[in-house]
Each structure stands twice: as C-alpha cells, then as structure tokens.
Design a protein around this ligand. Sequence first.
Ligand code: ARG
Length: 456
Amino acid sequence: MTLWSGRFSGKLDEAAWQLNASLPFDRRLAAQDVRGSMAWAGALFEAGVLTEAEHETIVNGLRQIAAEFEQNAFVFHESDEDIHTAVERRLGELIGAAAGKLHTGRSRNDQVATDFRLWMRQAIPELDAAIRNLQSVLVERAEQAGGTLMPGYTHLQRAQPILLAHWWLSHVWVLHRDHARLADLTKRVSILPLGSGALAGVPFAVDREALAEALGFAEVSQNSLDAVSDRDFAAEFLFCAAMLGIHLSRLAEQIVLFTSAEFGFMELSDAFATGSSLMPQKKNPDVFELTRGKAGTLIGLLTGLLAALKGLPSAYDKDLQEDKAPVFQAADTLLAVLPVLAGALRTLTVKPQRMRAAIDSTMMATDLADYLVRKGVPFREAHAMAGKAVRAAEEKGVRLEAMPLEAYQALGPFEADVYQVFDPIQSVLKRNATGGTSPQSVQNQIAKARKVISHQ
Ligand code: ARG
C-alpha cells in the first residue's frame, strides 16, 4: 500500500517502484522525520484539527517510533516508499486510525524539505568540529615549528625564505573561511518550509511561527511554491564541501611534494603511510593522495546537483529527490577525511635541516634590492641592480655571499654591510607587518588563530 493508491487501480511496475523509492538513502532522515511529525501534530492540535486525546496518542506513537529507530529495532517493509511513508505506516500499526490524521494539511513536499534542513542543521556543526580539530593541529604544528626556516615558493620555484610556522598557519585561515561559509549557510538552512503544503499552503489555522520555534528554526518561509522547491541550501552545502575539499587537496598536494625524496622536508609516520606490494622501499602518502582525489568527487557532487536543479519548473518535481544522496556522500566523505588528515599532519616528522639547506642566497635577492632602497635607491633601479648582481654571481660561478665587494660596488651603492642581507633570518625578521613571516608577526598570528578558532 502506498500513501497515494486511492486513485490507482493498477500496481506500479516493480522496476519503476525501485527507481521511485528513496528509502535506501532517506532512512537517514528517520530521527528528523519523527521530530518534524511531532511538531506538526502539535501545530494541528493548536489549530483545532486534532483533539487533545488524538494529539496525545499520536505523540506517544511517534515517541515509540523514535525509540525503535534509536534501538535499531524499527522494521522497514518492502512497501515503504520513503522514510515518511515508513513512519506513517508504523504509526498506523501502533495507534490505529488516529495515525491517519497526522498528514492533514501536510505534504511530503514540505515534509522532506523540513527533514532535510533539520538534518543539515545537525550535520554542519559536526563538520565544523572536524574542521576546528584540523585547525588546532595546524596551530600546534606552527607552535612546534619555532624558528624553523623553509623556502617559500611561488610558481613552485624558490622565492623567499619563510618560517615553517607561517606555512602551517596559512592553512588555518583557509579553513577559517570554510567555517565562516558554513556558519553563513546555517542562516539559510534555518528557514522552515513546513506549513507550505504540497505547493499552495495550509488550509488550517496552523501557527507556523510557533512551529518554527518548536523545531528550532529562525524564520518561516514566505512563499509556499518557493519553500517546497528551494534546494539552494543543498547546493550551497555541496559548494562548501567542494571548496573545503579543494582546500584540503591543495594542502595534501604540498605534503605529497614535501615528503618526496626530492624535497625531503617531511616524513610520514608509519601510522599514516602505506607500502607497495612490489617495491619494498616505498612509503606512500595514500592518505594525502586520497584527500586530493576526493576533492574531485566532491566537485562532481556539486555539479551533479546543480545540473539536476537547472530547468525545474515551479514547486516540487521528483528530480528533487536527487538532492539527498550527494549531500550525505559529501558529508560522509569529509567526516572520513578530516580526522585522518589531522592525525597524519600531527604525526609528520619535519626535517628542519633539509628545509634550511634548500634556502640559497638568491632567495634573498629581494632583500638585496630592499637594501639599496634603504640607501635611497628607487625600488625599480634597485631591482635591476640586484638582478645584475644575481647574473654576475652566476657568470662567476659563485654564490651571492661569496662575490667580492668590488663586484657589487661596480653595480650600485653597495657597502661592506651588504653581506648581512644573505642571512635568511634577517630576511624573515624584516617582514614584521601584520600577516608577514617575522617571528613576532607569527607569534601574534598564532595567538590570533587560537582566539579565532575558540570562537568558531
Ligand atoms: N522521497 C521524496 C523526496 O525525497 C519525498 C517527497 C515526495 N513527494 C512527492 N510528491 N512524491 O523528494
């Protein structure tokens, strides 16, 4: 028996039934469906549609169903088309005819949108906690890094020396934006569609504001047509997930590079590395590669839903049933990846000597130009003079710090103190403005990051 068999005399084709059914994935909304139904029963009672006795019977029945779900004792039937059908069917078994009054004025269209939003209001804080945990690991790593220097890259070419702590912290701010995006999305998730009916609204005196309050929503939707078809929140969630996935992927890619023998900046702990079935020497960064790979999947989930939404005519269309599986998959993926990534980063061994050895004095060429700027040379000219110094050293086959003073003096107003410029510590010390890589700036940044995370 379906909820809608009244006008049908024939039976739905078996394969079409399977295609139509959403229970395999929407059973995850069980707790939300019961919660929404309890609130709806309350609204119907307040509206005078249910008697006090009916209301009590329905709520008690729903309580028992909630307990059955919690204890994993709820038995689904072959004929349960979706979670809403299953709950209503079970309610009928438990309380009899009164169950038939629960769906008064409600449609599965406003019901499913409500359940899904309730679910997301719970999923976002879970995801947020996993993000925060990863951020804490990154801040810890920054603290442990102390004054360790590393080459900073642009175009993956050695650029300027930076503190390793500064590099770790860069990812904390990236993740802070992911948190902020989810927090912003929460506002739009917190709009209640229940009380929109199938598309046109409820013909009973339901107090939707009270209903919103009972279910913890901040506002009620203002247009029933929009409310039953709005899946912006699902698409936005998938965008947040894809963007987060991309951020994790970029971090992962750098770890893959840094743990390669060519860089040798970091080493994976055994707990988060895998071996090769053929090559005995291998220690592979699978965790980071999977993180990178899953970003691709997350992008696909987003584009899949966007494509499903495009071109839908007014109000509910069954295409909208395609919304839940990608959202669940995205949440599951990130909740699986984030803690593993946190563990892998926490247990990495850093090789400060390798990082230091990768810093050569040409990376201080900007400091060489800045040196001249401090002596009054306009930066453009200073840039050219420093560039010539790099070329002269290259031609002589010596490092910048080994080039004789006369060679410098032939190019510009250099003095004996020029050699101090080639100390990478001096280079980072100078970058002392907020957001720079000086030890002082980085200390301030750590304190700021800790504060920001604790308020997230
Ligand atoms: N299983 C459906 C979904 O997930 C519930 C809404 C069904 N509404 C309908 N009119 N058939 O979207």
